[in-house]
Design a protein around this ligand. Structure first.
Ligand code: ZN
Length: 235
């Protein structure tokens, strides 16, 4: 994402749609401005679920912890859809408030924040990568170090749908790489991988795998919503 364009877009969008006036979930006007952009009713009915839903299956994954804000479902889908497909990148700042709140309940804070990269073709279509925006705002709000471009998407994995679980994993692991610059930085460090939604955990796993190979000591995954229906793949 071009920094100038994004700074400009943000400024323009702030003018046209001032942040904190409408609820990002139901669209009602907000009585008072709130960082996470949600009205009191939505805050009440959102399925907040900060515990790791994959707890029982952690030996399956290369990441050490998963920090979600919500259980994946109707509400998070609506907000993520507006962020990803609705051309409303400014929602990332609201979502980042919740991510910061989630992260702040942990005792140990990460050394670096990195984003799950998206394929260049998606970037072209959408103009931005929502995970990058989330990582950028989260780092800014929390005073943490976001390393842009730390992870690189090397292959388009669009044809993976037909592959079985094991094949999928090995294909996925090859589709991410750590930048040479970050390899030097992350050795021995605690890296926090930011994504919008974690469903099966395989993307986060693939990213965590290459980060660990690059020498990261600990990798956690911070996301807005995580699916609670994880099932161990049959192999
Ligand atoms: Zn609402």
């Amino acid at each position: 994402m071009n920094e100038l364009i994004s700074a400009f877009t943000e400024r323009v969008l702030d003018t046209v749609f001032p942040g904190g006036i409408y609820c990002i979930c139901c669209g009602d006007s907000l009585e008072e401005a709130s960082g996470h952009g949600l009205c009191a009713k939505c805050v009440e009915k959102m399925p907040w679920a900060p515990e790791n839903p994959f707890r029982k299956y952690m030996e399956e994954f290369a990441f050490d912890e998963l920090y979600p804000c919500l259980r994946y479902g109707l509400h998070s889908r609506r907000i993520m859809n507006a962020l990803k497909n609705g051309g409303r990148p400014y929602l990332a700042r609201n979502v980042a408030y919740s991510l910061v709140e989630r992260l702040s309940i942990e005792e140990e804070l990460p050394d670096f924040l990195v984003a799950v990269p998206s394929h260049p073709s998606k970037m072209l279509r959408r103009g931005y990568n929502q995970a990058e925006l989330l990582a950028h705002y989260t780092a800014g709000l929390a005073g943490l170090d976001y390393v842009r471009g730390a992870l690189i998407k090397t292959e388009n994995t669009a044809s993976m749908r037909l592959a079985d679980a094991r094949k999928r994993r090995s294909m996925l692991a090859k589709s991410f790489a750590v930048s040479e610059e970050f390899k030097e930085k992350c050795a021995g460090g605690f890296v926090c991988l930011v994504d919008d939604v974690v469903t099966t955990g395989s993307t986060a796993d693939a990213c965590a795998r290459v980060l660990k190979e690059a020498g990261a000591e600990k990798v956690c995954v911070l996301c807005y919503a995580a699916s609670s229906g994880y099932r161990k793949p049959e192999e």
